[in-house]
Design a protein around this ligand. Structure first.
Ligand code: IPD
Ligand code: CA
Ligand code: CA
Length: 272
């Protein structure tokens, strides 16, 4: 498999898609809701996903595509080469703020991450990694992640998870939120993952993410030595929704052991 060729095409397409998104800023968006009134999708999310699908199918007809907006293939396994794409991660920010969103792209072979790209479109910052070859931001090599104590850590955590909710006893994360140096919430899982990779954040926790939210960023974080698991400390399968704990090495184990008690907290895990 010529991974350099796949990587070159992926980079060109991500940049081209970013240009399309930037040029949409002065046009009127067609905004709809999906599963609930706060779950937004725009014509641009759909157009960008279709753009990637067309490019991948023309160039690599044997590859498959898993995309958030549902224009790709249906999956029972991740056998073969699969592009996992979120055309706009952070759609609410895209609509309300025109910033703090990203294109997220991961290319997986038999379920193993080979290429990860997160493109912060507004800042023209492309974070990219190929497994075993280091991770980069716009061609500049990123340093490997090192451990950090909980007391010195900034973690990304959505306020939802420290309010009463269906997924977790909200009291559980309060000691962690109290102990860390600071908490943040950017509203784009893809950006929160690369911020852990670059050290702007030390950890990111979420109770419900889809494969396309995580697939691209996971390759970048892991390439730098960071850890990506669910909140039970298990590997993600990139086929189903799951919880997420991403952190610097060391800090990941500390959070799992001292605050998440290895998953003895989950409630209603089968329901939405
Ligand atoms: C969402 C963002 C958000 C996360 C949600 C995701 P979308 O993705 O990543 O930060 O909290 O769970 O669904 O819908 O904007 O692509
Ligand atoms: Ca997303
Ligand atoms: Ca999306």
């Amino acid at each position: 498999m010529n991974w350099d060729n796949i990587d070159t095409h992926a980079k060109n397409w991500v940049k081209e898609a970013g240009e399309k998104i930037r040029s949409s800023f002065d046009k009127t968006l067609d905004i709809r809701t999906k599963s609930n009134p706060n779950d937004l999708v725009t014509n641009i999310d759909q157009e960008i996903e279709q753009f990637f699908i067309k490019k991948v199918r023309e160039t690599f007809p044997e590859h498959k595509i898993l995309g958030e907006e549902g224009f790709g293939d249906k999956f029972e396994s991740l056998d073969g080469i699969v592009w996992i794409i979120d055309p706009i991660d952070g759609t609410m920010n895209f609509v309300h703020q025109q910033r703090n969103f990203a294109i997220s792209l991961g290319v997986y072979e038999n379920g193993v991450g080979k290429i990860g790209m997160i493109y912060d479109v507004v800042h023209d910052e492309l974070y990219h990694a190929m497994s075993g070859q280091g991770a980069y931001m716009n061609g500049e090599k990123l340093p490997v992640s090192e451990d950090r104590t909980v007391k010195e850590a900034i973690i990304a955590l959505n306020a939802t998870w420290v309010m009463e909710n269906r997924r977790i006893d909200h009291n559980l994360l309060i000691p962690l939120a109290r102990e860390v140096r600071g908490t943040r919430s950017y509203g784009s899982a893809a950006l929160e993952l690369v911020f852990v990779a670059t050290g702007r954040l030390d950890a990111y926790i979420s109770l419900r993410l889809a494969p396309w939210d995580v697939a691209g960023g996971a390759v970048i974080v892991e390439e730098l030595g960071g850890k990506v698991t669910n909140m039970r400390g298990e590997k993600l399968d990139f086929l189903t929704q799951d919880t997420l704990l991403v952190a610097r090495p060391g800090l990941h184990e500390t959070i799992l052991r001292d605050y998440l008690m290895n998953g003895q907290w989950e409630k209603n895990s089968d329901s939405e």
